[in-house]
Design a binder for this molecule. Structure first.
Ligand code: ATP
Length: 586
C-alpha cells in the first residue's frame, strides 16, 4: 500500500465529525489494506510503529524533526517556526514546508506504508556518537519523498501522536465493522436495537485484544478467520497482558457489599457478601505479571515494561517455587529494607526498576518479594473466565512459597469487625490498606472494575471530639447519625469544628454512640443537639480543604468513622494547629 493512501485516510479521519463516520472510514481503510500491510496500518494509524509492549523508543524530538524538515525542504527556519506556532502542530508545519519546498527536484521515490514503518523502526536502533545526525538524515529522506499530506502524518508518526481522534475503541469497532459484520455465528447475546453481529463482533475483538495485546494479530485474524479465529486466540507467555484494575471503595463496610454486586449488576441479584468477598493486603510496590515458561521467566509491569533484569532474586524464586511448567501470575513486587525488614516505600523500590545502581547491590540492600494474588494461566489452562475462587486454587497449586515469592495475605471475613481487623493488621504492618475482591467474578484485563475495590487511609487518621450532633433521617431517625467534629485549640481551651461525619459506622456502633452522646447533651434544638465535648473519635478522610463553614477554617472531605479512642481525653485530641500543618503538607 502506498503511504499516500494511508495519509489520505488519516486526513479523512481527522476531519470526520462523528464517531460513526470515524469508525466507518477506518473500517474502510482496514478493508483496503492487503494482508501484508494490514498489521502496519493498524499500528500506524495510532501513530505507532510497534505495540507498546515492544518498548521501542524512536528517540525523535521535535527539534530533531524540525532539523529533518529543514534539511528536506530548505524552507526558512524562522518561517517554519512561525508556521509551527500558528498551526500548533509540527505535522501541519511540515505540510506547509513541503508545499513551499525549495528543493522539489530532490523527490526520488514513492513511499509505502511498510517502507515508512521500517525506516522509522530503524531510528530506534541508532545509538551513540553521530546517531542524532543519522536520525535527522533518515527522517529528512522520508520528508523529501513525501507530498504535503504525507509529510503531515509522517512527522506526527515520528513524534508518536496522530491527533486524528482514533483511539483503541475506534480501532476495535472498526476491525469488527470491517471484517465481522456478516458472521453467521454472532448475535447470540446482545442488546436489542443494535445489529447483533456487530455487537458480538466488537466483543470478540475486544476480548482478543485483551488476550493478545496486539491489534496486528487481532486485525489479521478477524480478516482471515472471523469470529471463530478470534475466539481461538489466547494468552501467550512472554507477551504481556493488560492487568485488571480496581475502583475505590466508599469505605470498608460499603465496599464489602458493593464488591459483592459485581460491577453494579443489580442489587436484587447481589449475594450477601459474607463468604463471597476476599479481603487482601494491599501492598505498596510495583504491580507485575510473572510469565513462567519452564526456566524462562519474565516480569512485566502494569505498563507492560519488561523489568526482568532488575529483579534477579525474584526470577530465581519463581524458577524454584513455581511447580507448574507454565504459568502467568499477577502480583505486587515489594521491596523490604534488608536491615529492618520493613516494607520500603514505592519510590525506593523504583530505584531497582531504573537500575540506578549495580543490580546485585540494590538487590542486597532492598530485596524484593513478589506477593502473588492471581493466576491467569497454568499449564495450558487460561483462567480469565474462571471465578477468583478457582483462580486462587490454581495459584495455590502453581507454586510453593519460597524466599522472594509468597501469596498475598488474605482472608474471607464473616463480619465487618473481622474485615476491619484485616485492614488494621495490614496498615499496622506498614502496608497501604486492603483490596476487596469478589470471589465469584472472572478476570477483566485492562479494566477498572467494581469486582475489585481498594480501601486505604488517604490521609493519616485524626482524633477528633464530637461537639454537636443531629438525628438522621429515615431508617436511622432515632440515631444521632451526623456528628460534628472539633479539633482542640489549646490557646482558647475550646474545640473548633472541622467537619461532619456521617459514614463508616454500623447500626450497632451508631446506636452505641447515640447512647453515649445522649448522656452528654447540654442543649437541644429540634433534631439538633449540642454535647459536652468528651467523646474522641478516630476518623479517616480523603483530604483537607479550607472552609468558611466551620470554626477551624478547615473541612475534612469524605470523613469516615474508624472507632472510638477510649484511651484519649478531649484535650488529647488533635489540635487545630496540627490540622493546619496537615493541610499545608498535603
Ligand atoms: P494505587 O495508587 O491505589 O495503587 P493504581 O491506580 O496504581 O492505584 P489500582 O488498580 O487503582 O492501581 O489499585 C490497585 C493497585 O494496587 C494494583 O494495580 C496493584 O498495583 C496494587 N496492589 C497491591 N496489593 C494488591 C492486591 N493484593 N491485589 C490487587 N492489587 C494490589
Amino acid at each position: 500500500m502506498e503511504y499516500a493512501t494511508l495519509a489520505d485516510y488519516c486526513r479523512r479521519l481527522e476531519t470526520a465529525d462523528a464517531d460513526v463516520e470515524l469508525v466507518a472510514t477506518l473500517a474502510d481503510l482496514f478493508r483496503t489494506a492487503d494482508a501484508d500491510h494490514l498489521p502496519a496500518v493498524v499500528t500506524m494509524v495510532r501513530g505507532k510503529v510497534a505495540p507498546r509492549w515492544e518498548g521501542l523508543e524512536l528517540g525523535v524530538s521535535s527539534s530533531l524533526t524540525t532539523d529533518a524538515v529543514l534539511r528536506a525542504t530548505g524552507v526558512d527556519p524562522d518561517a517554519l517556526e512561525v508556521e509551527w506556532r500558528d498551526r500548533g502542530d509540527l505535522g501541519a508545519a511540515a505540510e506547509w514546508a513541503v508545499e513551499n519546498n525549495r528543493q522539489r527536484t530532490l523527490v526520488s521515490g514513492t513511499l509505502t506504508v511498510i517502507g515508512v514503518r521500517e525506516t522509522l523502526r530503524e531510528l530506534a536502533s541508532y545509538e551513540g556518537h553521530g546517531s542524532r545526525d543519522r536520525k535527522v538524515e533518515a527522517l529528512a529522506g522520508l520528508v523529501a519523498d513525501a507530498d504535503p499530506t504525507e509529510a503531515r502524518y509522517l512527522v506526527r508518526t515520528a513524534l508518536g501522536y496522530m491527533r486524528i481522534g482514533v483511539g483503541d475503541g475506534t480501532v476495535r469497532d472498526a476491525v469488527a465493522e470491517a471484517f465481522l459484520t456478516d458472521d453467521p455465528e454472532a448475535g447470540d447475546d446482545d442488546a436489542p436495537g443494535t445489529p447483533a453481529a456487530t455487537v458480538s463482533g466488537v466483543k470478540a475483538v475486544e476480548r482478543a485484544a485483551q488476550l493478545t495485546n496486539d491489534y496486528r494479530v487481532v486485525a489479521r485474524t478477524a480478516r482471515d478467520e472471523g469470529i471463530a479465529g478470534l475466539r481461538d486466540l489466547d494468552l501467550e507467555l512472554g507477551r504481556p497482558v493488560e492487568l485488571m484494575l480496581a475502583r475505590k471503595a466508599e469505605g470498608l463496610e460499603a465496599g464489602l457489599t458493593d464488591v459483592a454486586r459485581r460491577d453494579g449488576a443489580g442489587d436484587a441479584d447481589a449475594p450477601g457478601w459474607r463468604g463471597h468477598v476476599l479481603v487482601e493486603t494491599k501492598y505498596d510496590g510495583i504491580r507485575v505479571q510473572a510469565h513462567v515458561d519452564g526456566d524462562d521467566v519474565r516480569l512485566f509491569t502494569r505498563r507492560l515494561v519488561d523489568v526482568t533484569e532488575g529483579f534477579p532474586e525474584v526470577v530465581d524464586a519463581l524458577r524454584t517455587g513455581v511447580g507448574a511448567e507454565r504459568a502467568l501470575l499477577d502480583g505486587e513486587l515489594v521491596g523490604y529494607d534488608a536491615a529492618t525488614g520493613e516494607p520500603a516505600v514505592f519510590q525506593e523500590l523504583s530505584r531497582r526498576v531504573k537500575r540506578e545502581d549495580d543490580v546485585e547491590a540494590l538487590a542486597a540492600e532492598l530485596p524484593a518479594t513478589l506477593h502473588c494474588f492471581d493466576c491467569l494461566h497454568v499449564d495450558g489452562r487460561t483462567l480469565l473466565d474462571e471465578p477468583l475462587d478457582a483462580r486462587l486454587d490454581a495459584l495455590e497449586t502453581a507454586f510453593d512459597p519460597v524466599d522472594g515469592l509468597e501469596r498475598a495475605a488474605a482472608t474471607v471475613p464473616d463480619d465487618v469487625a473481622a474485615a476491619r481487623a484485616c485492614y488494621r493488621e495490614a496498615v499496622d504492618a506498614g502496608h497501604e490498606g486492603v483490596m476487596l475482591k469478589n470471589l465469584d467474578a472472572g478476570y477483566q484485563p485492562g479494566r477498572r472494575v467494581g469486582r475489585m475495590l481498594k480501601h486505604k487511609p488517604v490521609m493519616e487518621p485524626l482524633d477528633l471530639v464530637v461537639t454537636r450532633a443531629q438525628y438522621s433521617e429515615g431508617r436511622r431517625s432515632s440515631l444521632l447519625g451526623r456528628l460534628y467534629l472539633g479539633a482542640y485549640g489549646p490557646d482558647a481551651d475550646a474545640f473548633r469544628e472541622v467537619g461532619r461525619l456521617s459514614t463508616g459506622y454500623t447500626d450497632a456502633e451508631l446506636s452505641e454512640l447515640t447512647d453515649r452522646l445522649e448522656a452528654l447533651v447540654v442543649d437541644r434544638d429540634g433534631r439538633d443537639v449540642t454535647v459536652r465535648p468528651e467523646l474522641v473519635l478516630e476518623v479517616e478522610y480523603e483530604e483537607l480543604q479550607t472552609s468558611p463553614e466551620y470554626g477551624s477554617g478547615y473541612a475534612l472531605r469524605f470523613p469516615r468513622f474508624l472507632g472510638v479512642r477510649e484511651d484519649l481525653g478531649p484535650t488529647d485530641a488533635d489540635t487545630v494547629d496540627r490540622v493546619e500543618r496537615l493541610y499545608e503538607a498535603q
